[in-house]
Design a protein around this ligand. Structure first.
Ligand SMILES: Cc1cc2nc3c(=O)[nH]c(=O)nc-3n(C[C@H](O)[C@H](O)[C@H](O)COP(=O)(O)OP(=O)(O)OC[C@H]3O[C@@H](n4cnc5c(N)ncnc54)[C@H](O)[C@@H]3O)c2cc1C
Length: 284
């Protein structure tokens, strides 16, 4: 199918983009890589009169690693994220997770901002951002504000972003913790049936901190505080990993769909988390 007609805008700065959003309200959306919004328009699941392409807003393509603060512009593509050695050094889990998104064709065009702003429970970056405790910077006609990624997701496709706000940057603290992103999918290039992001810090053979988040196992990404807590103070042995998995199971709420029934998804979630914890621990 082809989408219904719309007006295409290509502003060169943020104030101009926000002005168009303000003028057209719910009829307008920003366009990043277009790999989520264009298919929705083609399927007539989204009917928009105005698309505001962010391609020419140069500030949204900036990446910086300064001290222990990583800042990534919303229009940085998944391929650019993977190719950036400074980012891979400062938070290697970013590259590991981004490499598991779709396929190279999608990653050359899809952006980190579009991935996290969309609010699709299937997207990989929102769960990763919970694990990293990232901060989202939003810009609107009232100026700039920051929202914790862990507070951003309200329901499927519903976020704390107002209709007239643009997500400009993502801020992350650099981390040398042991890391892993484990994802199970039905076929190459697919969204996750279940995925787990894990960061573990250790001292003297004991876990000193652990951050665990799950993807596509609820309407929103799940940061499982209980799962992380179950590992802290342990030697990350089998009993501790089982306790973390049990705590994660309490926090997720998978739905039955074409990726399988609820019981199967819970089984896959457990397997992904076990693998991710074991790999993160081996790197801690
Ligand atoms: C075949 C295929 C397979 C895929 N597989 C995966 C996968 O395995 N894992 C995964 O995570 N993703 C997957 N995706 C999604 C892909 O990564 C998307 O590109 C991504 O989710 C959205 O990014 P985008 O830049 O294309 O955003 P767009 O499609 O341009 O935008 C998506 C939504 O976010 C809004 N938006 C975009 N940028 C901003 C911003 N800066 N501020 C405010 N709102 C904004 C738009 O208005 C729109 O509503 C897949 C896509 C395809 C086509």
């Amino acid at each position: 199918m082809i989408p219904s007609g719309f007006e295409y805008h290509r502003p060169s700065d943020l104030p101009a983009a926000v002005k168009i959003l303000d003028e057209h309200g719910d009829e307008a959306r920003v366009l990043a890589g277009g790999h989520s919004i264009i298919p929705m328009m083609k399927l007539r699941m989204a009917d928009l009169s105005h698309l505001i392409d962010l391609q020419d807003v140069a500030s949204l393509k900036e990446v910086s690693v300064s001290g222990d603060t990583i800042t990534i512009g919303a229009m940085v593509t998944q391929a650019e994220l993977i190719g950036n050695d400074a980012l891979a050094k400062a938070a290697p889990i970013l590259r590991e997770a981004a490499l598991q998104i779709a396929d190279p064709q999608v990653r050359y065009v899809g952006t980190i901002g579009g991935n996290v702003a969309n609010g699709d429970p299937g997207n990989d970056m929102p769960g990763l951002m919970q694990c990293l405790d990232a901060t989202y910077v939003l810009y609107g006609s009232d100026g700039e504000r920051e929202v914790d990624a862990r507070e951003f997701y309200e329901a499927a496709y519903m976020t704390a972003r107002a209709d007239n706000e643009i997500l400009t940057h993502i801020k992350i603290k650099a981390t040398t913790a042991g890391y892993a992103y484990e994802k199970q999918k039905r076929k190459i290039g697919d969204y996750a049936t279940a995925a787990a992001a894990v960061l573990i810090e250790q001292s003297g053979g004991k876990v000193t901190s652990a951050s665990i988040a799950m993807t596509n196992l609820s309407d929103t990404p799940i940061h499982s505080v209980g799962a992380g807590d179950a590992l802290v103070g342990t030697a990350c042995d089998a009993a501790a990993i089982n306790a973390a998995i049990a705590a994660m199971q309490v926090d997720i709420q998978p739905n039955e769909d074409n990726r399988g029934p609820i019981e199967f998804k819970r089984h896959v979630a457990a397997t992904m988390l076990r693998r991710a914890i074991e790999r993160a621990w081996s790197r801690a």
